[in-house]
Design a protein around this ligand. Structure first.
Ligand code: PMP
Length: 450
């Protein structure tokens, strides 16, 4: 088949499609992606790029999986749609499978996106407290730099001011505390001490805000989109203790960390945690179809549907738990288990970190950190002052990588206006050759930018 020349597509695109800012804010030609194979995406001109971000941290099993296309096709032909008010086998089997992965104590509510899953979590938490006789616990605490979604509630929980301030007023009752940023901790303080202090600040917030008003705390196991901030285990374990002590629900956002990204099935499994609510999306289907889920501890679920008037969750969405999406999720998990991708993620991440260790001598690299196949490279202007690298410097690395066939991301502290952390989150299905390619490009680009 003859492809349309890219230029005409670009023009049509510019005339009709409203993109997220990043599609057209680079000086280079925007990319119109034609197809994907394994860890690679191919544009309309036939250029190949290793997708070092898995799209938006999502395509965990890689592109072009026929099994996933087939299972979606088969399911759509058999039964394309069932509303949430009924049930169907793929939804039932998927919830049972997820429960096996989590140890069996959860109930699962389906929706379509990570934002949706977090909205559902907030509604469940508020209603739970009311029906548990605990009155109006309505506030949520999250962290600065965290991203939890773009709908009004999820955006309220998001701790990145730049994404929010033009849409005020947002939901009432969303509070923020600082996350541990170990690289930038005060001089002389140990990582452990610093993490305990950050957790203490969270407890102080709960107390100052009147603990009887706090419904829940939402956090990722590690902050991803805000610049790969990995806590010391004492931090999350202390957070769990604080939640238990004050009757606050612990909501863990596994939208990015879930499904192998950090080298385990779920990011929170690195720590000794028992979340009350867990939200998942992206890697659940490896983004082949939209699906998300809010997992809720049975003890919480039992306060719903008690027979008392209006004790059920008032949340409905048309597409939630779509049969084809559920069937794809099941097959996606089967692929991950068959190919041992959770362990593979840990292995690839270790190798990537080891190979890139030498970059810590680079004049503009302040810190390299990661967990599983998820890496952050924090760029600075000056290693001593740790002044964040300029946007131009960071963008140069990103665009040089792209010119060499590797897509990487940049994230950071948008509250302070810095976007100085390069992020790398490739498909877990990367081959050894893919990994070597990625390492070679990064080394070359950093060398050229010394
Ligand atoms: N939580 C986290 C941690 C995320 O990274 C994202 C998306 N980047 C979301 C929630 C929202 O997911 P979605 O874009 O599917 O609404």
């Amino acid at each position: 088949t003859v492809k349309q020349p890219t230029q005409s597509l670009v023009e049509k695109d510019l005339q009709n499609v409203w993109h997220h800012i990043s599609a057209y804010n680079e000086k280079s030609q925007p990319m119109i992606v034609d197809r994907g194979e394994g860890a690679w995406i191919i544009d309309h001109n036939g250029n190949k790029y290793l997708d070092g971000m898995s799209g938006l941290w999502a395509v965990n099993v890689g592109y072009g999986r026929e099994e996933l296309a087939q299972v979606a096709y088969d399911q759509m032909k058999k039964l394309a749609y069932v509303p949430m008010t009924q049930s169907h086998e793929p939804a039932i089997e998927l919830a049972a499978k997820l429960n096996d992965m989590l140890g069996g104590d959860y109930m699962f509510f389906y929706s379509n996106s990570g934002s949706d899953a977090n909205e559902v979590a907030f509604k469940i938490a508020r209603q739970y407290h009311q029906q548990n006789g605990k009155g109006a616990r309505f506030k949520f605490i999250s962290r600065y730099r965290a991203y939890h979604g773009s709908s009004m509630g999820a955006l309220s929980a998001t701790g990145q001011a730049i994404r929010k301030y033009k849409y005020e007023p947002l939901s009432h009752g969303f509070l923020h505390v600082a996350p541990p940023d170990n690289y930038r901790r005060p001089k002389g303080q140990s990582i452990k001490e610093y993490n305990l202090q950050r957790a203490q600040e969270l407890e102080d917030k709960i107390i100052w805000e009147q603990k009887e008003t706090i419904a829940g705390i939402i956090m990722e196991p590690l902050i991803t989109g805000g610049g790969i901030l990995i806590p010391h285990p004492v931090y999350l374990e202390k957070v769990q203790e604080i939640c238990n002590k004050h009757g606050v629900l612990l909501i863990i956002d596994e939208v990015i960390c879930g499904f192998g990204r950090t080298g385990k099935a779920f990011g929170h499994q690195h720590f000794n945690l028992k979340p009350d609510i867990i939200t998942m999306a992206k890697g659940l289907t490896s983004a082949y179809l939209p699906l998300s889920v809010t997992a809720v501890r049975k003890e919480i679920y039992e306060k719903f549907n008690t027979g008392e008037e209006n004790s059920h969750l008032r949340h409905l969405n048309t597409f939630g738990g779509n049969p084809a999406a559920c069937a794809v999720a099941l097959k996606n998990i089967e692929i991950m288990e068959r190919e041992n991708l959770f362990d593979r993620s840990a292995e690839l991440g270790d190798r990537l970190q080891k190979e890139l260790k030498e970059l810590s001598n680079h004049p503009y690299v302040g810190d390299i950190r990661g967990l599983g196949f998820l890496l952050g490279i924090e760029m600075v202007e000056d290693k001593i002052t740790m002044e964040p690298a300029s946007n131009e410097r960071v963008l140069k690395i990103v665009s040089d990588c792209k010119a060499n066939g590797l897509i990487i991301g940049k994230n950071g502290d948008t509250v302070a206006g810095y976007n100085n952390i390069l992020t790398i989150s490739p498909p877990l299905s990367c081959t050894d050759e893919d990994l070597e390619f990625m390492i070679a490009v990064l080394k070359k680009v950093f060398k050229e930018n010394e």
